[in-house]
Design a protein. Sequence first.
Length: 593
Amino acid sequence: MRKLLFLSNSPLSSKGGIQSYRKYLIDFLIEKYEIHFFSRGKEIKKISNLKTFSIDSQHQIPKIFNIFIFFIKIIINKYDYIIINHVNYSIFAIFLKILLKKNIILLVYGIDVINLSLTNKIAIRYFDLIISHSNHTKTNLLKNFNSFNKYIACIGGPYEFKKSHNIPKTNNNYLVISSVTRLSKADKYKNIDKVMSALSIVKENKVKFIYNIVGNGDYSNYLKKLAKKYKIEKNIIFHGWISDDRKNKILSETDYYILPSDGEGFGLSFIEAANYGSTVIGSITDGSREALLYGKLGFLVDPNQPNLSQIIADIIIKNKRLKVNKKILFENFEYEKFKSKIRYALNKLNNRKVLICKFDSQKNRVQSINNVSHGLADILFWKTDKMPVFLSQNSKENTIQNLISKYIVTPYKFLISNFINYKTAIFTDQALAIYKYFYYRKKIIFCHDVINNLIIKKIIKTSFKLKKKFIYKINLNAIKDLNIIYSSKSTKRYLDILDNKKKNKLFCLYPIYHLLSEKIIFEKNIFSNFKKNNKINFLIITSNSWYKRDDQIEKIINYLSNEKFFFNIISLNKTDIISNLEKYKNTKVFYSP
């Protein structure tokens, strides 16, 4: 049987959202691998195909010697994969990669990736793949870097739907409200204090309720005092940590599950509560919006709103309910789907790589350009046999440094990349086309509406005493010799003005916001198959911050609207223009601030 090293920051017996995610992962991996599970603290329970080791206390010797023995064991064993379950252990990746030269995977969760140390930033670059359980966590991780060349796969969930949870309540004389969470001072962002404030308003309105708080920590004493202050201490039960059976019994009787956090990485408890039929209230600012499918599975509130307590109270007082569509819940978070994604990600590691050139995250530019590169990477990862790798053009505030970075450092990166296993390079913007002179394999460029006017004006901006026309002409010449995927008819018009009328242009409906077909299949010519089953599904990600041109969406839906076209719209802001789109047939709108 193949072997896998699993390095964790806590033993299997520990509880919490991260530990639940880890449990589902190990349950799948144990079917095919002999797992060597290294963690702090000793394990009592023995599981077949899983051998547990303590990093610092396996033997009755000083901790430093235990760690030394830990490394010896790792070197002796020939592992097929190495998985590190917490970013704080990423430092081990440096040594493991150098010593073993094996594929190493990092799992990242929630607030742990915010403000990483310099050591962790260096170590994370040694991983072959990073798996995040939400896009929110992925975004927080990327904020630590000016440029990051590794692909981050988002694999949310899962939840194991063992049985139907439609258990009738035993008492209908009062509302049952629940929250399941750690109660440590570090978890203040869970906003249990704000829930209590809301419940004080509920009580003032003569609504009978019981509030179950499942969890424990050093913050619980403060919350108990707060309950007395709000005069709701008789309505609250502090359960502490309880068995899964008792927790499930509580959830089966829960009317409202509330956790308006402002830092949740994902939140399996939201899925669990929704499955039991609870009306869930989560946050629109963190990963819980993904667990609640942007409002499909529960109410989303802004935890930073001054009147948050009143908003939550109004939902309860007016007895607003949201009936969960179990089919949607199952399709998005079933355990089998999670297993297939993990299996796919593991098999993907040795695949041929595609280089994606993008701007760095610090440049003052239209933000959508960077989203394009990550959107392309997601499609390449999940829908093709290729593994995406990023290469960034770095920009500096100092003019001289900026020129050196753009025209010496970045070209050098491309020259080196010719000798690595990247057979194709994709430039995510026409302003990057100049680097095609330093890459000698297959090259493709995306041209966007977002900056197509800059083609006519001047793409390269610098205050350094250098003739802009010279660089401008080089850039335009670079565009002409590339395979081009252009975004709209207006972009095509601008390209034609540049006399770029070669046959290497492929049309893709791709306006100012991101309009990508969910059925795109990347083959030899990238957009070679645009249809499947005679239906075209479009994903639109938009924001009124981008030149305030969301009004174009309605025109395009009107123009294309028929039985073959389906639109899913994720809007970063809720505006009247976007809300108006909800009336259209075959169009679904979700809000993701």
